[in-house]
Design a protein around this ligand. Structure first.
Ligand code: BTN
Length: 249
């Protein structure tokens, strides 16, 4: 279903605007090194989903974009789920605490956001390239986040009271993401789904709102579809499966 990397090559930069934008601009030159993780100590224009900014101060978080080719663009929703699951695998193996997954791939701890994923594609002829950008809050203190995010964001340091090695975290994340991508390509998507469902179980049956472009949907969360979509029970009692946008509460 997808290419199955044994490991990601690594290109680490001291600084860049956004690791995803850097990789996109340099794709012709860097293609030969795929699968590739481009990471940076600091991003000056980090991007989040829905056009938001991803605050990326030097040395306080993991900022990394994983580039790899897909055999089949339909695998994208599952890949995006696998990225969120991999972040939680890595954080839990590392001893960072207890986390949940909010569709598609927000990583939450104590109801606040500890990591986010921005999956994008580049289509060139038959070739689909996935750029999975991952940001993990590691060493921020509450006051390091912009004021408007201080109630919504959390870091590993705030959860544990100690500092974490960003370099070690990056390596563990690359290994964890590889493992999940290998499961997808080995026909073991059920293992990824099972874990994602377990990590997202607190949302099941809850009344939620869902934003997709300019549109907001309300309904009851019915969990993950087998292809990685989000099952929403509509007020009329039917069910719709959403593939883009995000759950907002
Ligand atoms: C989200 O809104 O939750 C997604 C955040 C994704 C942030 C990461 S940091 C590395 C990569 N580069 C970017 O500019 N964004 C992603």
């Amino acid at each position: 279903m997808t290419t199955s990397p044994d490991r990601f090559h690594i290109l680490h930069l001291a600084a860049c605007d956004s690791t995803s934008d850097y990789l996109r601009r340099q794709i012709a030159r860097l293609d030969a090194d795929f699968p590739l993780m481009v990471s940076a100590d600091v991003q000056t224009a980090g991007r989040g989903r829905e056009g938001r900014r991803w605050h990326s101060p030097e040395g306080l978080g993991i900022y990394a974009t994983f580039g790899f080719h897909l055999d089949d663009g339909r695998a994208l929703p599952l890949l995006s789920i696998a990225a969120g699951v991999a972040v939680i695998d890595m954080l839990q193996e590392w001893g960072g605490g207890t986390f949940s997954l909010k569709w598609p791939n927000d990583v939450l701890a104590e109801g606040r956001k500890a990591a986010g994923v921005l999956c994008e594609t580049i289509v060139r002829g038959e070739r689909v390239t996935c750029l999975a950008g991952i940001g993990v809050n590691l060493n921020q203190r509450r006051q390091d986040f912009p004021a408007e995010l201080q109630h919504q964001a959390v870091s590993l340091r705030m959860l544990s009271g100690r500092e974490w090695s960003v370099a070690e975290g990056r390596e563990l994340l690359a290994a964890a993401f590889c493992r999940r991508l290998r499961q997808l390509s080995a026909g073991e998507a059920d293992l990824v789904l099972e874990r994602a469902r377990e990590l997202g179980r607190s949302f099941l049956g809850r009344q939620v709102r869902f934003r997709q472009g300019g549109k907001t949907w309300s309904g009851v969360c019915r969990g993950l579809a087998d292809d990685g979509g989000f099952r929403l029970e509509t007020p009329a009692g039917g069910e719709t499966v959403l593939y883009s946008g995000e759950m907002i509460d």
